[in-house]
Structures are given as structure tokens and as C-alpha cells.
Design a protein around this ligand. Structure first.
Ligand code: TXA
Ligand code: MG
Length: 349
């Protein structure tokens, strides 16, 4: 398939370029577009055939439902059976933004989008190009992250091109994504609201609005994939670079000395090792190091995580040793992605 790459600046963009991509989308094509979290691989959510092509392009299992993206809060009404007070307050507070709300679906949404479930996940992204594109298309847009299934989500245009060039009609490249982690997913269809996927909007943030919000049980516990997650996508291998990943967890001085020992061991085995470190620790190791961000500003770590994993692959590293970070706030979501990238390969320092 011929893929057109269109570079569009996030601000002061040329609306004609967006209109062109919107036509492709509405008429059944696949269009990759930027959002504030990660890039999305979009198709017209009302066109079952177009949506099937998303699964094909990504190599995504068909039992993993997609998020439907809207450009206006009012557009939700036709997609769902009803809006609960919890869903209402979440949307009023965090939309447009990195929050996905699960509600009971209406008949309008294609079963292909929801993988046969009775519920639908909806999000209004906070990115001017995403909003303009959905608006111009005039249809709700189904979009998973624009990566090959199992790879780290794409946070810039190069990531998308390396995964999906030749498999989609249009790629809109608008530079790096601001947040860098996928949206927080909250299920509002049960007795209590449940966080199915943690994100930059943290449990602490949501607790201010909703009493009794909890993590899905699959997200907590020592090895959280031993539970059966309610969000189908959370059960698959995810975010995996080609290199193996091991996480070293504990107090920071112990982490550093453990990693130094590991580097020595692995060097003896002639493995090319990389350490995913932080601004505070990046000078502690004698090997390839990427500083992922500042421990005092975890949002910087979120923004760099997926790019850093892909960078190590570009360097030809065969083993990535990652320092753990504090799991409060957005730190919980960062560690959730890192633990999955490692395949639950964690060493206590
Ligand atoms: O930030 C994001 O959410 C990005 C951008 C593009 O918007 N999208 C994204 O989509 O991360 P995806 O498909 O990679 O992840 C969607 C997650 C999956 O874990 C999926 O299983 C879950 O949401 N999900 C979707 N619909 C659901 C539903 N009806 N019930 C439970 N989980 C659902
Ligand atoms: Mg994804």
C-alpha cells in the first residue's frame, strides 16, 4: 500500500491538509494521527470493514477492543446507552484529555470496534490536530496506538513510520507526543468505578472526584498478570523492545550497586548492556546509558519511556537494565508499562 506522510505543525496548521486526511478517513482509509498521549491508528468507527483493517495493519488480536475518539463531548450521546453521573463528572473534568471512559454501548457502534463486548471505550483527545481531524471527518474515529502489536507505543512520527509505513494510507507527523503514555482507562459500568489501565491522570487525581474508585485487580499484586484483567488489551505482551528488559527494584543506592554488579556479570558474557537511568543516576554506570528523565518530575519520565526503549534497539543493545521509580501518581503507570515491557522480569536490589 502507498503511504503518504504529511508533516503538520501542531499549532497554526494548514486546515487543507487536515481536510484531505479527514476525507481519506471518512471514506474507509487508515490515517495515523497525533494525540497528546501517543499516536493513534484511526479508521471510521461506523465502518466495520475499515475497522477490520486496523486489526490487520497492527497484527492485533480481534478480541482486543478499540477506543472511539470524538471531537465534542456531545458526540458521546449517540455512542452509548446512557451516561452515569460518574462518567459525566470524569468527562467534564478531564476532556479533552488523556482519559478514556467505558460505558454501555449503543447499537450505532460496530461490534468489530468493541470486540463483541457490550461496552464501548470513548475518549476526546487534547490535541489540536486530532480534534480538527475528527471534526472534519464528521464521524467517530476508532483508534488504537499506532504501533505493531506488542511493540512500545509510538510517541513520534519516526516510530510510526518504522512500524506502519506501507500498511496505512496516511501518516500525519506532528513531532513528539506530550504525555508519552496511553490514556487512563476508567470503567464506569460497574457498581464502583474501576481503573483498567493507569495513565498520567492518576488514581489520586480520580479519587478527588469519585469516592471508591479502585484499580482493576489485575493491576495490583506481585505478579499482576496472574489475575484475569477486565481490559482485554492488558493481558497481551506489550511495549516490548527487541532487547530483553530487566527491572531492578528497591532503594536507590541499592539499585545502583546491584546494577553495577549486573553490568560486570553481563559484560563477562559479552552481552551489550544498556541502562535506563535517570538524571539523578546517569553517571553511575560504565556502559550505554539513557537518562529517561528526572525522578523529581515523573512526567518527564513518562514522556521519554517508549522512545528510550526504541532507542536502545537502535543502538543494538541486547539487554536493558531499568531502574525502578517511585510508584505514586503517574509513577504507577510508568512502572505498569515498564513491568510489562520486561515480561515481569524484576530483581529486588
Ligand atoms: O491514549 C490512548 O488511549 C491511545 C490514543 C491513540 O488515544 N489509544 C490507545 O489504544 O492506547 P489501545 O487500543 O492501544 O488501547 C486501548 C485499551 C486496550 O487495553 C483495550 O483492551 C482497552 O483499552 N479497551 C478498549 N475498549 C474496551 C472496553 N469496551 N472494555 C474494556 N477495555 C477496553
Ligand atoms: Mg496499544
Amino acid at each position: 500500500m502507498r503511504t503518504e506522510v504529511i508533516k503538520i505543525q501542531t499549532h497554526n496548521f494548514d486546515i487543507e491538509k487536515i481536510k484531505y486526511a479527514a476525507d481519506v478517513l471518512r471514506e474507509g482509509g487508515l490515517v495515523v494521527f497525533p494525540t497528546e498521549t501517543v499516536y493513534g491508528l484511526g479508521a471510521n468507527a461506523l465502518d466495520g470493514r475499515a475497522v477490520k483493517n486496523i486489526f490487520k495493519a497492527k497484527g492485533r488480536p480481534s478480541d482486543n477492543p478499540l477506543i472511539v475518539h470524538v471531537s465534542k463531548k456531545e458526540s458521546v450521546e449517540s455512542l452509548v446507552e446512557s451516561i452515569s453521573p460518574e462518567a459525566q463528572v470524569l468527562m467534564e473534568t478531564y476532556w479533552p484529555g488523556p482519559l478514556t471512559v467505558i460505558m454501555n454501548k449503543s447499537g450505532l457502534v460496530s461490534p468489530v470496534v468493541c470486540a463483541g463486548l457490550k461496552t464501548v471505550a470513548v475518549r476526546m483527545p487534547a490535541h489540536p490536530i486530532a480534534l480538527a481531524l475528527i471534526d472534519e471527518a464528521g464521524v467517530p474515529v476508532a483508534a488504537p496506538s499506532a504501533n505493531i502489536s506488542g511493540k512500545p507505543s509510538p510517541t513520534n512520527g519516526e516510530h510510526v513510520i518504522s512500524d506502519l509505513y506501507g500498511k496505512v494510507d496516511v501518516i500525519i507527523d506532528s513531532g513528539p507526543a506530550k504525555v508519552g503514555l496511553e490514556s487512563t482507562v476508567v470503567d464506569t459500568t460497574g457498581i464502583r468505578p474501576l481503573i483498567l489501565r493507569p495513565g498520567s491522570i492518576s488514581k489520586e487525581d480520580i479519587e478527588i472526584l469519585l469516592s471508591g474508585v479502585d484499580f482493576d485487580s489485575s493491576l495490583t499484586g506481585e505478579r499482576f498478570n496472574t489475575f484475569s484483567p477486565k481490559s482485554p488489551g492488558m493481558k497481551y505482551t506489550h511495549y516490548s523492545p527487541n532487547a530483553d528488559v530487566v527491572i531492578v527494584r528497591g532503594e536507590l543506592p541499592k539499585i545502583i550497586s546491584k546494577i553495577r554488579n549486573l553490568i560486570e556479570d553481563y559484560k563477562k558474557q559479552e552481552l551489550k548492556v544498556g541502562v535506563l537511568a535517570t538524571e539523578q543516576t546517569k553517571d553511575s554506570y560504565d556502559c550505554q546509558v539513557i537518562s529517561i528523565g528526572d525522578r523529581e518530575k515523573p512526567e518527564t519520565i513518562a514522556a521519554n519511556l517508549f522512545n528510550s526503549l526504541r532507542e536502545f534497539d537502535n543502538m543494538g543493545v541486547s539487554l536493558i537494565i531499568a531502574e525502578s521509580i517511585d510508584e505514586t501518581g503517574v509513577g504507577f503507570a510508568i512502572m505498569n508499562r515498564l513491568i510489562k515491557a520486561s515480561g515481569y522480569n524484576i530483581i529486588n536490589a
